[in-house]
Ligand binder design. Structure first.
Ligand code: PGA
Length: 250
């Protein structure tokens, strides 16, 4: 089967349930002939409405985060089985905002990833270096550590349920996109990591998305790169026309 590109929208803490519903209703007719798979991650409070609105469309809905336990005394948290029961199909894990603002470390992210796989959700595992780490030439060390610790204890048979996203922290919400060349070099490095820790077959099939200031103006050039299999879009996924444009170009 041909590998389809993925365009995923991460809405972060934006849009009420009503706004999410309106957005999906407006977006769906514009992307009917899209070649790429379309994923949207609304806030927890807009998930149910979004899942209903996305029925009979080619839009897949998932969450931006989850907890690693099934249930229990974890005030304010949401578990994978709760998301799955609603109809979510994927969950974003290890986003740099979770790592940096909420101090999530690789071990916690790995526990969530293992749980997500058990719960039948496809994790989108985000990895990426900061500007300081890039300047200090530590990009590859940081990425290898985040990847390796993130996928620890994942059986080969489950590997292809994971989607990877390379999101250089210095390019998120800053307007500074990694040049297609820099992104491609890093994606090629990540592809090699997949071979090293899984195998060649898995590395060919696994999606590696690029994220960080992706917009309609730069998506085509990014998508032309051999090792870029899709994009994870923040800011430009919040307006349905610009998001549709990105989807239709991918
Ligand atoms: P951005 O965010 O597109 O606004 O840079 C990307 C992300 O954080 O996933």
């Amino acid at each position: 089967m041909e590998k389809k590109n993925i365009v995923a929208g991460n809405w972060k803490m934006n849009k009420t349930n009503q706004e999410a519903k309106e957005f999906i209703k407006n977006l769906a007719p514009l992307i009917q002939s899209a070649r790429a798979s379309v994923y949207i991650a609304p806030s927890f409070t807009a998930l149910q409405e979004s899942i209903l609105a996305a029925k009979n469309t080619n839009i897949i809905i998932g969450a931006q985060n989850m907890h690693d336990e099934v249930d229990g005394a974890f005030t304010g948290e949401v578990s994978g089985i709760m998301l799955k029961a609603l109809g979510c199909e994927f969950v974003i894990l290890g986003h740099s905002e979770r790592r940096h603002i909420f101090q999530e470390d690789n071990t916690f992210i790995n526990r969530k990833l293992i749980r997500a796989l058990k719960d039948g959700l496809n994790p989108i595992l985000c990895i990426g270096e900061t500007q300081k780490e890039r300047d200090e030439k530590k990009t590859e060390i940081v990425l290898e550590e985040q990847f390796l610790k993130g996928i620890q204890n994942v059986a080969k048979k489950d590997a292809l349920n994971i989607i990877l996203a390379y999101e250089p922290v210095w390019a998120i919400g800053t307007g500074k996109t990694a040049t297609p060349k820099i992104a491609e070099q890093t994606h090629a490095f990540i592809r090699k990591l997949i071979i090293k820790y899984f195998d060649k077959e898995i590395s060919k099939k696994m999606h590696i998305l690029y994220g960080g200031s992706v917009k309609a103006q730069n998506v085509e050039e990014l998508m032309q790169q051999e090792n870029i299999d899709g994009v994870l879009v923040g800011g430009a996924s919040l307006e349905y026309k610009s998001f549709a444009e990105i989807i239709n170009k991918a």
